[in-house]
Design a protein around this ligand. Structure first.
Ligand code: ZN
Length: 131
């Protein structure tokens, strides 16, 4: 069992440092250990990554992964020193997801569909009002 590489974090580390050194440097910067050199056994726990940083569905099989994989190039972003109130964070993430899903639906429909564009406008206006 390897402890998470992030200072003050006592979780079990699961994610290796990326092989790409540029991204590895971003990780070190993000975790505020720029002067440290990660070894092969240095790992980060899942707490520092967002749900959206993970690849949930296999590109090849379309089946949900048992174990979550990190997307290529993601940088850890959740730390005790930059935590926002959880409710606020969850809210905005949910809103972004709603907009994204709606836009995705829109793309799958014929672009001439005026009704759908109205729907997105309506939706986005409401969200802006809600913030
Ligand atoms: Zn950790």
């Amino acid at each position: 069992m390897t402890r998470c590489f992030v200072p003050k974090c006592s979780e079990t580390g699961v994610h290796h440092f990326p092989k790409d050194k540029k991204i590895g440097r971003k990780w070190l910067k993000a975790i505020r250990r720029e002067k440290s050199i990660p070894t092969n056994s240095s790992r980060l726990c899942r707490k520092h990554f967002m749900e959206s940083d993970y690849e949930n569905i296999s590109k090849y099989t379309g089946v949900k992964h048992q174990h979550k994989y990190l997307k290529k190039g993601v940088v850890p972003s959740i730390f005790s020193w930059n935590m926002k109130p959880a409710s606020e964070k969850a809210k905005s993430r949910e809103q972004r997801l709603q907009i994204r899903n709606l836009k995705k639906q829109l793309f799958s429909l014929p672009s001439t569909s005026q009704h759908c564009e109205d729907k997105v406008c309506f939706f986005e206006n409401n969200i802006i009002k809600g913030i």
